[in-house]
Structure formats: C-alpha cells, structure tokens
Write a protein that binds this ligand. Structure first.
Ligand SMILES: Nc1ncnc2c1ncn2[C@@H]1O[C@H](COP(=O)(O)OP(=O)(O)OP(=O)(O)O)[C@@H](O)[C@H]1O
Ligand SMILES: [Mg+2]
Length: 713
C-alpha cells in the first residue's frame, strides 16, 4: 500500500549513495513534513520539527548529519535514552559503507573520550554528551550540527536542564553552527523555535491516520462518532485485547505500574494462547528460550516473562534488563508476540508500531500529589504508536473508561484537548547547582556578567523574567563558594575540588557529602556498608522505597553499625526515614558485591533485575568518584574504596576480582571455577579444555574460550 505521493528521495541534492541506501530500506519518497523541512536542513539552517510520533523526523536530521560528515565536519546526535541511542546508531550504521564514521557513546562518565575525535557522527544521551563536552570544551566549537531528538523533554524536571544547557552553550560558543531539534507536537513549539532562532515546522500529518476512541461498556466510540462493539468478557480490558488479536492484529497496552504489566500480561495470555497459529507458537517458543538463555543468572522475573511469552503476551517495564526488553521488542516486531503490556517508558521515541494502542490507566501515582492524570503529551505519545506504515490503513488508540463520567473526562481532557506547553526546569536548585558548577569549571562563565549572559541564553530566560531566579542563582553560587568548590575574588574560579566534581559528573552536593564521609574515615577498618551508605546518601543515587516490612530489618542494620557509619545518623524522625532508605539501598549494593544470587536480591528488595543493574551502575560511578575525591584529599585509607569499585562492577567478593577479568566469565562462572580449585587466572595455565569443561556452568564452548584467552596472555 503506497503511503504518500511526495517528492522522490532521488530528487534531493544529496550524494547518490545515500539515495540508494534509502531506497534499499524502502524509502523512496519523502513524507510531507520531511519535504517541508529537508531544504532548510540541507542548507544548514536551524530547525524545530514538531511533528507527531513516527512521522519520520529522524530522516531529516540524518540527511543534514550526513551532509556535514561528507564535508569532513562533526555532528553530535543527542537522544534522551540509551535504547534510543542504539536505535539511532543502528540506523546511521547503514551509511558506514560511504566511509562515514558513526559512533555511540555510552561508556564511563569520567573519561575524556578520545573516540570523539575518531567519529564524524556521534550518538549520545544528553548526560553523556554533557559529560564529554565538559572534558573537551573545544569540541563544541568544532561541531557543525547538534541534533536534539525528543527535545520536548526539556520539560523533564530531572533530565531536561542538561539538554537545555548543552543547546544554550552551543548557541553561545558556536552561533553559526546548525541545530536541528525534533519534538513531539507540543503547544508552544514556536517558543522553542524562537529560542533557537530556528525555522518552525509544525504538522499533524501522520504516515498512518490515527483514530482515537474511548471504550465504555463493550463499545469503542471513536472521535468521528463511529462505534465498534467488542465481544463482552468478564474483564473488559481483556475484551479489547482479544478483539484486536481475533482480527489478526497486535496491540500495545499501557498501564501505570510494573505489577500491572505482569499481572495483565499473565492473565490475558491465557486467553490469547488458544488463538495462536502453529507458526506463532513455534516463534514464541524461540523468543521464550532466548529470554532464558540470555540471562546471566536465572531470575523469577525472567522465568515469568519467558513463560508468559509462550502464550503470546509479554510485559515491558524498567525492571527488565535492556536485553530482555530488546528481545520482547524483537518478538513483537516479528509478529509473534500479540500483546505487550507496558509502562509509559515504552512510548518515548522507540519505533514499535502496533495496529491498536490501548491505554488502560490515565492516572498515575505521584509521590508529591498522589494519583494524578497523565499529561496529554504523554497520552499522545502512547497513542501515536498506533498504526504500522505499509500495513494498516488506520491506527487505533483506545482509552479505557470505567464509567460515563470518566468517559466524558477523557473526551474533554485528552481527545479534544491540546497537548501541554513545555517549560524550562533550569530554575530548580539541583539544576542550577550542577550547571553553574559546570560552566564555571569549564571557564565558560566566571564573572557575574558572564554568568548573566549564559543564563540569558537559556530557554528559561527566553520564557521567564530573569529576576525570578536571580535570588536562587546567588544562593547557589553561595553554596559553591561556601563549600570550597568555587573560589571568588571578583571572579568565580573552580577549585581543584570543584573541577574534579564537574569532571566526575556528580552533583556538587554529592561531592560535599562524599568529602564529609572521607574526612570521617579513620585509621581503623572501614566497613563496606559504611562506604556504600555514604555513596547511597548522595542525591545522584535514587533511593529504594522503604516499605512497611523494611522498617524493622533496616533499623536493625543501622543499630548494628551505629558506630561504623561515616555520616551522622539523624535525630529528626523524617530525616531518619531518609537515612533508612539510604541504608536499604546500600544494603542492596552490599548484597550484590557479596555474591548474593540475583534472584534473592529481587525477592528481598522487591525490585526487578533492571533495577539492580541501574542501582549498581550508579553506585559504581559514585564509589569511583568517592575514590577520586579520597585521592584528591590524600586520604590514606582508600584501599577499601578502590576494591569496592571493581567489586561493584562485577558483583563479586574480593577473591574473584582476578578471575572475572576473563571474557565471558561473570560472577557465577568465576565462583564455579574458583570452587574447583583454580583461584586465579595464573592457576588456569596448562589446564586441559576437558577438565575446564567439566566444571559446573562452564561447558566445552566456554572452556575453549578460556584456553584461547590464556594463550594470548
Ligand atoms: N519517507 C519515508 N518513507 C517510508 N518510511 C519512512 C520514511 N521516513 C521515515 N520512515 C520510517 O518511519 C519510521 C519512523 O521514523 P522515526 O523514528 O524517524 O519517527 P519520529 O518522527 O522520530 O517519531 P517518534 O516520535 O517516534 O520519535 C522509521 O522506521 C523510518 O525508517
Ligand atoms: Mg524520533
């Protein structure tokens, strides 16, 4: 089915090799919004494209990026999520055959990444990009183009300011370079365009028309007033899902919490399973086995996911590992998984279209405000996943309502309403603290006037009067000076402590906490839990939630180590509760480095394997930062911190640190090898493959690999 009749890709003033690569991918003609934007993009003009989900915004950015790359200059492509970084990287890799060097940056925070110089186009998350640019300030000047994908996320309180500041700095340092910002449809995209001095392309066009509707009592009523009846079932959400599957289609179902993703996928799968074809069952068996085989350690969640998948339904949430999520997405794209039940994280920019999107929950829990309606912008991003180009005439997005009143509410507030305007979140205290520290450390702004000029270039200043934050700027500068991160004598200068803090990419408040902890390390033995508590007491580590059942055992742990902690135990009841959740989080990391099986951690801490990965990764980075600061302050007892950094990376006790250096040997296999009597890599020299293969969890393939690695040593 032809999607549009537009300008041919071959008519563009671009390298013919690009044309043939696009044609090979089935891209022959431009979509209308692409046609509208492409010339500006190729001429090097700034561009804000505010166009619905899945309308091919990336292609416009790719064309501009390739143009600069072919001219020998560099491009930075910024995305909000790692999953998106790999998606964009995979897309751009198609152009490697033209000699274009495409890179992706996901590595450590504290490295002046030399890869920057090796690539023409570098894809990175905003945090990674920000961190790279702190190390290589001159790089900003060399860039000819920054692409800001999902730029509406400037609105995000925790991560938005980073993207905003990169763009503001880029504009300031390199006013003639190009910025292409890709956005979901937002009410005030023209504000973004004005701020960036950009051509504003706005459109409602979609490759597949979207039909939005609301479900109530066995009927979906669409916005055009047409009605579709579904066969009644006891659970009404099941009835909409089964209606989709019975007509030979797939659906994405959005719910507001992880438990629901699992519960719904499990239950509805039982009803999907009888509808599956033999081919689907075969395909699902493969996906399911993939999930089980790829786990580094067996977990209940992995097992559950694998078993649900055989029924044709999967769940998708932040508790899964990246690998598990990717496998689920692949199984859906192959058509075998009929239904994915997901939290809204799936909706952000990842290209996973389905015939029907069902939004079961329009409310979600907010720790400050309780249950609140989800912004229309997010509802539209979920809805926008409906409709597969080339397959569907129309995509359907169905909001589920439980009663008449709710139906009216949904119609008025979502279907008939605009998406919200976005605002800048740079005015918050943590954002100012982080970014003022960074601009001072990188010597972009050192005087009052320079700081004012920097702030004046931000989206915040574009939208609001500056006086609204001048007080907060002053108090933030005061914080930096008081804590000796910055010195002031008419000019703000980062101290070595401040410079290190900025380069480590940690919150200045984290640095101050870590310094306090380091000062309390005394000559005696310092316990892992004490170091890990200091690490988890920084604002960079997201704390685990303290459940009612946790109060007892965590308080017990605090009492037991009363004298060992490096930071004081608060007297105030509220602060004490915070302290407990810091200790609970530290205790998860301690379990990890004590080789507690993943599954046990999942159960004890009520988290998913993905959460363990996230916490552990952050803990490694902050512990490394603590080590670096300990070195800076010449703390004589930093051996224990040093050991911990490596132990957190691998999840092992100290005695395995040597064995895990072998490729393909994780903590479980390393322990098995150790227990078989080979306590170090050295002791493995000369051991026959057969003997190694006989060790539990090793087998012939890995034994071969070990032996060949040993030969290279
Ligand atoms: N002109 C075209 N013809 C056919 N397919 C296209 C065309 N342009 C883009 N596509 C395909 O459309 C899909 C969606 O594109 P893309 O991911 O760029 O959407 P987007 O506008 O960024 O949406 P999102 O809001 O999801 O980020 C991709 O698979 C892409 O290859
Ligand atoms: Mg996109």
């Amino acid at each position: 089915m032809p999607i549009s009749v537009g300008m041919k890709v071959s008519e563009l003033k671009i390298d013919k090799r690009i044309v043939s690569i696009l044609n090979e991918q089935g891209i022959e003609e431009l979509y209308p919004p692409q046609e509208e934007a492409i010339e500006y993009a190729l001429e090097g003009m700034n561009l804000v494209m505010a166009v619905p989900t899945a309308s091919g915004k990336s292609l416009v950015a790719y064309m501009a990026a390739l143009r600069w790359a072919l001219e020998g200059t560099k491009v930075l492509y910024i995305v909000p999520l790692r999953a998106l970084a790999s998606e964009k990287f995979d897309d751009l890799k198609a152009f490697r055959s033209m000699g274009i060097k495409v890179g992706i940056s996901m590595g450590d925070y504290d490295v002046a990444d030399p890869s920057l110089d090796r690539f023409d186009i570098l894809v990175a998350t905003s945090e990674k990009a920000d961190s790279l640019l702190r190390h290589k300030v001159d790089w900003l000047g060399k860039l000819k183009l920054i692409v800001a994908d999902e730029v509406h996320l400037i609105n995000d309180p925790s991560r938005g300011p980073t993207l905003e500041v990169i763009l503001a700095r880029f504009k300031q340092i390199n006013p003639n370079a190009q910025i292409i910002a890709l956005s979901a449809t937002i009410k005030n995209s023209s504000d973004l365009a004005d701020w960036l001095s950009a051509v504003h392309i706005q459109s409602d066009w979609r490759p597949v028309p979207l039909k939005e509707g609301i479900y109530l009592a066995n009927e979906i009523q669409y916005i055009d007033n047409s009605v579709h009846s579904v066969e009644p079932m006891r659970d009404e959400v099941h009835s909409i899902i089964i209606d989709t599957v019975k007509s030979g289609n797939q659906c994405l179902v959005f719910v507001n919490n992880r438990k629901s993703t699992e519960a719904l996928a499990g239950k509805v799968g039982k009803k999907i399973s009888p509808l599956l074809s033999g081919e689907d069952m075969e395909g699902l068996k493969n996906v399911s086995e993939d999930i089980l085989e790829r786990q580094s350690e067996p977990t209940i969640i992995g097992k559950r996911l694998a078993s649900y998948i055989t029924n044709g339904a999967a769940f998708h949430n932040a508790g899964l590992t990246n690998d598990q999520r990717k496998t689920v997405e692949r199984g859906f794209k192959d058509g075998h998984i009929k239904c994915i039940v997901a939290t809204p994280t799936l909706a952000a920019g990842i290209n996973l279209p389905a015939r029907r999107v069902i939004i079961r929950d329009y409310r979600r829990y907010d720790p400050n405000f309780g249950s609140v309606p989800i912004p229309n912008l997010e509802i539209k991003q979920m809805s926008g996943r409906a409709g597969r180009p080339g397959y569907d005439n129309v995509g359907e997005a169905v909001l589920y309502s439980r009663n008449k009143k709710e139906k009216v509410f949904l119609f008025e507030n979502y279907l008939l309403s605009d998406t919200e305007a976005i605002t800048s979140k740079l005015g918050t205290e943590p954002a100012l603290r982080n970014h003022l520290m960074a601009v001072i450390a990188s010597e972009i702004a050192e005087t009052e006037e320079e700081i004012d000029r920097f702030i004046a270039g931000t989206f915040f200043a574009h939208l609001e009067e500056l006086w609204t934050i001048s007080g907060r700027i002053q108090s933030t500068l005061g914080f930096l000076v008081d804590n000796e991160l910055v010195s002031y004598d008419g000019q703000y200068k980062a101290t070595p402590f401040g410079k290190r803090t900025s380069a480590l990419y940690i919150d200045p408040l984290s640095a101050v906490r870590l310094r306090a902890a380091i000062e309390n390390i005394s000559a005696g033995k310092v316990l892992d839990i004490a170091i890990l508590h200091a690490v988890c007491a920084t604002p960079d580590v997201i704390k685990l939630y303290l459940g009612r059942g946790d109060y007892g055992w965590v308080s017990g742990l605090v009492m037991e180590h009363e004298k060992d902690f490096l930071l004081p135990i608060p007297k105030d009841e509220n602060d004490f509760d915070f302290f407990l959740s810091e200790v609970k989080t530290a205790s998860l990391v301690e379990a990890w480095v004590s080789e507690t099986p993943e599954d046990e951690i999942v159960r004890k801490f009520n988290v998913g394997p993905g959460d363990i990965r996230n916490r552990v990764e952050t803990a490694e980075w902050i512990t490394y930062s603590m080590l670096e600061l300990a070195r800076l302050f010449k703390c004589p007892h930093n051996r224990s911190i040093e050991n911990l950094v490596a132990r957190i990376r691998y999840g092992v006790r100290k005695d395995l640190l040597n064995l895990v250096q072998l490729e393909g040997i994780g903590r479980v296999r390393a322990r098995a090898i150790y227990n078989a009597g080979f306590t170090s890599i050295n002791k493995l020299q000369g051991v026959p493959v057969k003997r190694l293969a006989a060790i539990p969890t090793i087998g012939p393939k890995i034994a071969e690999s070990i032996v060949s690695q040993l030969k290279k040593l």
